[in-house]
Ligand binder design. Sequence first.
Ligand code: BES
Ligand code: ZN
Length: 653
Amino acid sequence: MLWPALAAGTQAGLPVLQTLSWMNMRLKSLLVSIGICFVLACGAPMETSAPAETYSRQDLHSYANPGEIVVKHVWLDLGVDFAAKTLQGFVTLAIGHTKPDAAQLVLDTRELNITRAETSSDGSVFSEAAFEAGESDKFLGSPLRITVPSGATHVRVHYSSAPGASGLQWLDPAQTAGKKHPFLYSQSQAIHARSWIPLQDSPGVRVTYDATIRTPKDLVAVMSAEMSAGSAGSGEYQFKMPQAVPSYLIALAVGDLVFETMSARTGVWSEPSIVGLAAAEFDDTEKMMQAVEPLYGPYRWGRYDLLVLPPSFPFGGMENPRLTFATPTILAGDKSLVALVAHELAHSWSGNLVTNATWRDFWLNEGFTVYLETRIQELVFGERRANMEAALEVEALHEEMKALEPRDQVLYVELAGRDPDEGFTQVPYIKGMLFLRTIEKAVGRDKFDPFLRGYFDHFAFQSITTADFLRYLDEHLLGQEPGVAEKLRIHEWIHEPALPDNAAFPVSDALDQVAAQAKSWIAGETELAKIAPEGWSTQEWLHFLRSMPEQLAPEQMRQLDDAFGLTKSGNSEIAHQWLLMAVRNQYAPAYARLEEFLTTVGRRKFVKPLYEELGKTPEGKQRAAKIYAKAKSAYHPISQAAVDELLRPDATQ
Ligand code: BES
Ligand code: ZN
């Protein structure tokens, strides 16, 4: 088999060479990153943004001290031990002083077993260094303080990860498609990289990296980087990421993986039994890249491959650079759920190229990405589908907002003393997207598109705050558009709950028609047999089901199921929506399917609402407990945490 990356691959550079080129870049990057860890004077003119002190570069979710000593490059050397469920080895960090007399490097860790620390002033001769692990915080983990002599350019830490590391999932063979080999994957966003690598785990710190990963001989390792050496059966793989990325984008997976090419620069990795299916489903990926490049600039990461994970993956997708991680639940067989690929691909601009500097600025990653996603969908699949998808997303936002406290309805979210995962709601995604649509509508695409392209070029490979964006917006767009800033009411968008009434909502006639049909059946004016769903897309099905009243009679549930075979649906989104209705209406014929769904799929977006719905009745609670007892061990810690929270005996419903 040919490895996709080998053609363009080079061997990992020697540490000392890396350091020299890093030194050349250092002055420039220092100028750019001056102010890291200090409150940034926002300086945004006009009334469009909040007072200067409102925005901060200070990362509440990291102990690291990049304002004193900053990590610039990471070399990983790790062995993968499936029996012990641990990664073991060492990491070497190239450091630079931001404060000349700083004598301590502070790293983030979580449950790491640190055995030794060393420093070096040339990258090849290392000597023992004193280190101290601070107290552990339940969200942040613990700081690792290493004494660094003056002149030191490198720090090395020997360690192993804990079997329960929050950023890793170790799967037994039974939890994979092939059932023969174990599987390991990482999920570092938001602050889980620290559970498998001691580093400065803040999105405001960017590093290049190299890695050597040693695996059992029959398994293959992949990373969010170029594979520069290694082949099936070799048991040793080398990777190189020459572009500076934030730590949450460092990713690793190990399993029985094969690769299938889709185009010269795109392909799919997965277990052998689904690789063909996945390559067919994601066939439009190259088209998506070609749609987005003329708008927002060249794809800057070389290859764009997808890795389809086992179904326990807690997210839909994760935009690890060069290698998006994706749930198998989007393999619908008809390409109907590939908006997720558009989304993760879009992160190659919004998120990976221009990155949120702190988790409070998360909407800069996700809001921009959902906006780009809808533009890609429009170019590749047409306006009708793009509007349907955007309208469904807004519907989900409205639904979720009903249950959110006002403080979580704002784009610039308050996260002091909180887990950044608490900011993971539809708000940064969909309210963020609506904000950008609203600006687009106010100035027109002919101005907004070049503005965004300029934004990506200007901030490429930087981590920025909400203030940086607002200042750029003022200087490069709104400054030339008299009256538009006032009309947009930016402060309200960024800092106030609910949706401003100037929001440019997507409109979908197709979905409106489907809703009308649903209503007419409910009103007894049409029979199901007269509704003609042939040719309905997944989006139309979802809207049809969501347009039903909360409570349906048993007979109505049965009629829907008989007419459309919903309990049998193999489309994960449709099945999920139907199962929610089945739980809500105590529709027993779907209970076996419910159990099957919840014991095979671990995606939090599906799992959490189903348990939540089950938790609303005593009978449902019992069913939930029974299913969860069976399913729990296969869920990722992230999904487990969500369900544990719901099933607490004292959980408020
Ligand atoms: N970057 C996110 C996933 C994420 C966010 C993981 C925050 C951990 C913390 C990814 O791009 C994403 O948004 N995935 C969505 C799918 C998308 C189509 C909206 C998901 O997984 O649901
Ligand atoms: Zn995203």
